[in-house]
Design a protein. Structure first.
Length: 155
């Protein structure tokens, strides 16, 4: 049996940081997914990181066997050719809100951020229907089957 290198995780929140909630697909493809598909390492500092003096970069070494790209907005038509498999996580909205408040607080600034996010997220979800593109769907509901298999639509 061959050993598998530790997987890498690309957080779409890092790609989108101080850029846009959902308008980052071409940035992800050009700077992360295309180099990975060519077998190249990734060491990417988004423009917003440079402008706002955020330290670090999104780095993935050559030879990484598995790369998870996580975040709302990954399962969209423009990214399907770059994905080998996908998982859609469907959670309870009240529980998601509770976890968000526990993580980020509920200051007026945070509430405004969430309101602005939802203003973009809801139309995105209705347009892209990411659950319909998923290889696997996890409901997170203990009263439902834990895993629903769907055909993978990527080329």
């Amino acid at each position: 049996m061959q050993a598998v290198n530790a997987p890498a995780i690309v957080h779409t929140d890092d790609v989108a940081w101080n850029h846009a909630c959902f308008d980052w697909g071409t940035i992800l493809v050009a700077n992360i997914l295309q180099p990975l598909h060519r077998g190249e390492p990734v060491d990417f500092r988004p423009d917003a990181w440079v402008r706002h003096d955020r330290a670090g970069s999104i780095a993935i070494p050559v030879g990484t066997d598995v790369v998870w790209v996580e975040g709302t907005g990954v399962l969209r038509e423009e990214l399907l050719p770059w994905l080998d498999a996908s998982v859609y996580l469907q959670g309870d909205l009240d529980e998601q809100e509770r976890l968000l408040v526990a993580r980020d607080g509920d200051s007026p600034e945070q509430q405004e951020h969430v309101t602005n996010w939802l203003r973009e997220e809801l139309p995105f979800m209705l347009r892209e229907r990411p659950w319909s593109r998923a290889t696997l769907i996890e409901t997170g509901d203990s009263n439902q089957p834990r895993l629903d298999r769907r055909p993978h639509l990527a080329a």
